[in-house]
Ligand binder design. Structure first.
Ligand code: ADP
Ligand code: ASP
Ligand code: MG
Length: 410
């Protein structure tokens, strides 16, 4: 007997039938003698529909009102799932993020959880009830409703698991686990039995949408054992934990990719110590995030600087820099859209210096131009043309033999 947090994503609660199926999953765990907290997303594509509905009313809706709107999605699911459990004779109660005590920063649209007052849920569990909590939402400053960023229900689940010291957090979704790459793109992608927190964090940060990056961060920081598994099939999923004993010797564990990447190049920048920091401070003060950065000296007086940003941020990035052109002192700005980022991730890379070289070799053989590169101990990321993205992922998946089941570690 233990405490389990179960999270069901949008597809897994996308219809009344799916909600009944999720209820069945909850009941199975409850009947094994566990205490259960359930976290749910909005049904199906509800959040996307609400976003486009807002777009029909206003081209720039306020972030506060967007949070008021989007949090209604999860509120529908908590009540329906609770009704489904009650209809099966189980004592269950639903809570919004606020009622569940999920406190966040006062930032609308992408708030971080700052604390959880879990007394109410603990009391209900003690009474034998199943607590059903709305994912993706919290509250700030006593009464302001906030959201955690798209895909944030995973983070609600893991944060609750950490706060309640749950034995386990199960993420039920529409795939059977974490694969070597997105199985919807690469048919030969293979389900992993296990993956380390660090590798999963890199994959999630680099675009593998299967888990919200902050959920993995919480799981790692609080040592919450996570399992990603299917809500429809009963096979076991992928365990995410401190160290994976399986497949330990793998250099590359997975491939992540991200679309809608752009490159901005600032030409003729004064070649002095302060110009870099001034540029990035200016961008940061407008909330603009920069990813890969490359600087090169053109001559002793001038330098050029390239960085990647999300395509949605390009126009604002260029506007902000041009607004400050006289103080920043650069000559001109160029931007290129239609790029993607493809990354290989694996903790075995630390001790294998040839991995980046192998990646570039594979891409060169496919005739793919690499426009930007960034590396860390356990990943290599490349920015390439969007039209080459699928080809690159498939070629790398093949070259690093990711569909082949590796021999178990001894
Ligand atoms: P949910 O609504 O359950 O939160 P998501 O759509 O957020 O589901 O995440 C599941 C999706 O993540 C899958 O349908 C799959 O297309 C995508 N995905 C991307 N990379 C991976 C990966 N490496 N392994 C498994 N799924 C992945
Ligand atoms: N419903 C939210 C979204 O679609 C949160 C989630 O599903 O995790 O982004
Ligand atoms: Mg998700």
């Amino acid at each position: 007997m233990g405490l389990i947090v179960q999270k069901f994503g949008g597809t897994s609660v996308g219809s009344p039938e799916r909600i009944m199926n999720a209820a069945q999953r909850v009941i199975e765990e409850k009947e094994r003698g566990n205490d259960i907290v359930v976290v749910v997303s909005a049904m199906g594509k509800t959040t996307d529909h609400l976003v486009s509905l807002a777009g029909e009313i206003s081209s720039k809706p306020s972030k506060r009102e967007m949070d008021m709107l989007l949090t209604t999605g999860e509120q529908v699911t908590i009540s329906l799932l609770t009704m489904a459990l009650q209809a099966q004779g189980f004592d269950a109660i639903s809570y919004t993020g606020w009622q569940a005590g999920i406190q966040t920063e006062h930032i609308h649209g992408n708030a971080r959880i700052t604390g959880i007052d879990s007394e109410k849920i603990k009391n209900q569990l003690q009474k034998g009830k199943i607590a059903v909590v709305a994912g993706f939402q919290g509250f700030a400053d006593g009464s302001e409703i906030t959201t955690l960023g798209r895909g944030g229900s995973d983070t609600t689940a893991v944060a609750l698991a950490a706060a309640l010291q749950a034995d386990k957090c199960d993420i039920y979704t529409d795939v059977t686990g974490v694969f070597t790459t997105d199985p919807r793109l690469v048919k030969t992608a293979r389900k992993l039995d296990g993956i380390s927190y660090d590798e999963m964090l890199e994959l999630a940060n680099l675009g593998a949408g299967v888990l919200h990056p902050r959920a993995v961060e919480f799981a790692k920081n609080y040592g919450v054992p996570l399992e990603v598994r299917s809500s429809l099939e009963s096979e076991s999923g992928t365990l995410i934990e401190e160290e994976t004993m399986m497949e330990q010797n793998l250099v590359v564990r997975g491939i992540a990719f991200e679309d809608q990447v752009s490159r901005v190049t600032v030409c003729g920048l004064p070649n002095n110590l302060l110009s870099l920091s001034t540029i990035f401070k200016t961008l940061a003060s407008h909330g603009l995030n920069v990813d890969i950065i490359i600087q090169s000296s053109t001559d002793s007086n001038t330098a050029s600087l390239s960085f990647s940003v999300k395509t949605g941020d390009v126009a604002e990035t260029v506007d902000v820099l041009e607004m400050h052109q006289s103080e920043l002192g650069f000559e001109k700005i160029e931007s290129e859209n239609g790029l993607s980022k493809v990354s290989i991730v694996g903790s075995g890379m630390v001790s294998n210096p040839g991995v980046a070289a192998e990646m570039f070799h594979v891409l060169a053989q496919e005739g793919i131009e690499v426009k930007m590169v960034s590396t860390s101990e356990i990943k290599v990321s490349t920015v390439i043309g969007h039209d080459d993205m699928v080809k690159a992922v498939e070629a790398l998946h093949d070259a690093f033999e990711l569909s082949k089941q590796p021999a178990p570690a001894v």
